[in-house]
Design a protein around this ligand. Structure first.
Ligand code: ZN
Length: 138
């Protein structure tokens, strides 16, 4: 475990990129609008909240990072951001397909409505928690 002095803005940006990456499957999302060349085919093949919102994709990201020998700090930061997005979508009523390719969707027992005040509060809490995890681990 290392201290705060090693937490760099680049690590935070990598975590932020991880947190928005699952919505590449939605052409109207922030990342989908900027990477339309990827977003449109992924959206048409898998739909929104499809494979990019699954444990399979998290495993693929970690395996790819390991295979290409990416720095573990950057890979972990990206993965933490990515999983934070899945956690946020997990508490929404529509849930996420964690066990993709199975079509079954999973969500928390208590769900919230997308765009509600409760979502904003929980998003803030998860963001702080992720920041703390990054802070403690890097
Ligand atoms: Zn999402």
């Amino acid at each position: 475990m290392t201290g705060f002095s090693e937490l760099t803005p680049i690590l935070l940006i990598v975590a932020l990129l991880g947190s928005i990456s699952p919505d590449i499957d939605h052409p109207g999302s922030w990342i989908g609008r900027r990477l339309r060349v990827l977003s449109l085919p992924i959206s048409s093949m898998f739909g929104h909240r499809g494979i990019t919102h699954s444990a399979l994709m998290v495993a693929a990201i970690l395996f790819t990072g390991w295979h290409f020998n990416f720095s573990s700090q950057y890979l972990n930061a990206f993965a933490i951001g990515y999983v934070s997005h899945l956690a946020a979508d997990f508490i929404c009523k529509s849930g996420i397909p964690l066990a993709y390719p199975l079509k079954m969707r999973f969500n928390s027992i208590i769900t919230i409505k997308t765009g509600s005040f409760a979502e904003n509060v929980i998003t803030l809490f998860v963001s702080i928690a992720c920041g703390y995890i990054i802070f403690v681990n890097f």
